[in-house]
Ligand binder design. Structure first.
Ligand code: C2O
Ligand code: CU
Length: 497
């Protein structure tokens, strides 16, 4: 099969109407919140921790009483968490025991190009001596590995919660949907020294939405050509694939028992297309629901209070919630104010016991860092992201992704301003660099734009971002992180020269 399925089916899917496939019903707030296990290195030396991961098919009980076939790193969804130290190198050997090619990208990583998971740098299935039968299609000159690839992550970057996920050209949406995503947490001394909630009071929350068939299998509508134009397609490809079941750390609408204390919630929206407007119900009696302490790129300089947080696919928010404000016995729902029916709920916290407080939220979190100075920008570039409709692909500056075309050549260690335009709605992500949002529609940045970002969520209009292109020379992508838009070719290359 030389033609990528996503490109053919997507446009046809526009004609399909939302609705009839609904997941088996699940009683919410019954399943305890799982925490993805931390992966142990297979060995370490003076400079490096070495890990091995196998990507394989497995069965998981996601909905109580149902068996679901997933594709998982180490056979689990989310994949195991990697805990890394700033300045200490990690090497992950990824072995592909799936029936399809894969690519692994460390999202938020400052990574040399050969380890960044370029969309055509495939790892072919380990089992296959007959690769041609696996729909690998054209390789566009990507560096193809057979069975295994070692990814080298120098971790020359500050503490932050990153994530790794599949990035295969044209197939990222379906492959992530089946489970290929996991957390990668970098820590450093600055963070260690802060009196933040830790251990069981530091909780990663990987939020995704999925739809399941009547017998519990994952349902990815855009890959089911038999359903085109028939009732049963959950969402149209133009908007991306939306599920009707919200999973946190792979469990449907889970529940977590908490004590009367502050908790640090490390939020990642790993959904293919759905943004969430997160809030607490009931809100705490005094003060804001969330105190944001970090963004995609790590700790903020100073904390920011929010009553709600809009989180788009791929974004991370590091927040403190003070359950000490609620009486024991209170159930606090994490809700999605943009959801309807079941997707309006995310999970529940049950304040189950009195507990002593030890944490504080310091006024100063990370040391002040000089922001890139707009007057030093040597280049201003403009990129327009327009969603496809009725058979048209999704484009950047009216062009579809071509691995062989470079849209921008920033010079190493120079600063650039990129003016992004979005129509109608796109989470825009740059590999390699962390940027700051300078402005929105000519005005100040939005309420959720603080700190170092690698993904900026745009609902129409424009945003100016500023970045210093440091770290490595080479070819990287930037793209819409609505994974169906990405697969529909809303992606471009930049090359640091
Ligand atoms: Cu999270 Cu290019 O990806
Ligand atoms: Cu998009």
């Amino acid at each position: 099969v030389a033609l990528p399925i996503g490109r053919m089916i997507g446009p046809m899917n526009e004609l399909a109407k939302a609705g009839a496939v609904t997941s088996p019903p699940v009683e919410p707030f019954q399943v305890p919140l799982p925490i993805p296990p931390v992966l142990k290195p297979v060995r370490t030396d003076a400079s490096t921790d070495y890990y091995e991961m196998v990507q394989r098919e497995a069965t998981a009980e996601i909905l109580p009483g149902y068996r679901t076939t997933i594709w998982g790193y180490e056979g689990i969804f989310p994949g195991p968490t990697i805990e890394a130290r700033s300045g200490r190198q990690v090497v992950v050997s990824q072995r592909n025991e799936l029936p399809v090619p894969v690519v692994t990208h460390l999202h938020g990583g400052v990574t040399p190009p050969e380890s960044d998971g370029y969309p055509t740098d495939l790892i072919l299935p380990a089992s296959s001596s007959h690769d041609a039968n696996h729909g690998t299609g054209h390789h566009h000159g990507g560096a193809v590995a057979h069975g295994t690839r070692d990814y080298v992550y120098p971790n020359q970057q500050r503490a932050a919660m990153l994530w790794y996920h599949d990035h295969r050209m044209d197939f990222t949406g379906p492959q992530v949907y089946r489970g290929l995503a996991g957390l990668y947490i970098i820590r450093d001394e600055i963070e260690d020294a802060l009196p933040l909630p830790r251990d069981e009071r530091e909780v990663p929350l990987v939020i995704t939405d999925r739809t399941f068939t009547a017998d519990g299998d994952l349902y990815y509508p855009s890959l089911d050509p038999t359903l085109q134009g028939q009732p049963g397609v959950v969402s149209s490809f133009a908007n991306g694939v939306f599920g009707d079941t919200i999973l946190v750390n792979g469990a449907p609408w889970p529940v977590l028992d908490v004590g009367t204390a502050r908790y640090r919630l490390r939020l990642l929206n790993a959904s293919n297309a759905r943004p969430y407007l997160l809030a607490l119900d009931p809100p705490p009696p005094n003060g804001p629901a969330f105190i944001q302490i970090g963004s995609d790129g790590g700790l903020l300089e100073t904390p920011i209070p929010h009553d709600e947080i809009l989180i788009s696919p791929a974004e991370r928010f590091d927040v403190i919630v003070d359950f000490g404000q609620y009486p024991v016995g209170t159930s606090v729902r994490l809700v999605n104010r943009e959801g309807v029916g079941p997707t309006a709920d995310v999970m529940r916290f049950d304040v189950a016991r009195r507990e002593e407080e030890y944490s504080e939220i310091p006024d100063r979190l990370a040391p002040e860092e000089p922001l890139p100075d707009p007057s030093e920008a040597v280049e201003v570039r403009r990129f327009q992201f327009i969603a496809g409709f009725f058979g048209w692909p999704s484009t950047v500056n009216f062009r579809i992704f071509d691995p062989n075309r470079i849209a921008a050549r920033p010079r190493l260690d120079t600063t650039e301003i990129w003016e992004l335009h979005a129509d109608p709605e796109h989470p825009i992500h740059l590999h390699l660099v962390h940027f700051r949002v300078l402005s929105r529609n000519g005005g100040p940045p939005g309420p959720w734009d603080a700190g170092w970002k690698d993904t900026v969520f745009m609902r129409g209009g424009s945003a100016q971002i500023i970045a210093r292109f440091s770290g490595y020379r080479g070819k990287y992508v930037f793209h819409c992180h609505n994974l169906e838009h990405e697969d529909m070719m809303m992606m471009e290359n930049f090359e640091v020269v």
